[in-house]
Write a protein that binds this ligand. Sequence first.
Ligand SMILES: [Zn+2]
Length: 128
Amino acid sequence: MPTQLRKLIKSRSTAFNRQGGRCFYCNYPMWRGALEPFAQLHGMTLGQARQFQCTAEHLLARQDGGKDGSDNIVAACRACNQRRHKRKKAPEPDAYKALVQKRVACGKWHPGRAKIIATQVTLMETLN
Ligand SMILES: [Zn+2]
C-alpha cells in the first residue's frame, strides 16, 4: 500500500475515534469495515447505510495544499463528503457544517433518519 494512502487511513481512523464515531458535519454515527451490522442496527437497507460510511475529509483541500496528516483530516460520512464536493466551489468546513446542522435540525439531511442518533446514544449508555 502506498505510504500516502496509509497515512490517510491512519488519519481517518484517528479522526473517527476523536469524534466518537460521528460525522464531523452532521453528527450522525458512521461505520467502518462492515456495512451490514450497521444497517441491521439502524433498520436500514444496505444502500441507505452506505451513506454513513466513514470517509476522510480534508479540511484544507488537497488541491489547495492540504495534507493527509491528522490535523487536516476529519471523519465525515459519505453523504456529507460527497455533497460538499458536488458544489462548484466546496464551502469552507465551518460554513458547510453550519449549513448541514441547519438542515439536520429541520429533518432535511438524511431524511427519516433522525432517530438513529437517539438509538446510538441509548446503545452507548447501555455499554457504559
Ligand atoms: Zn455526515
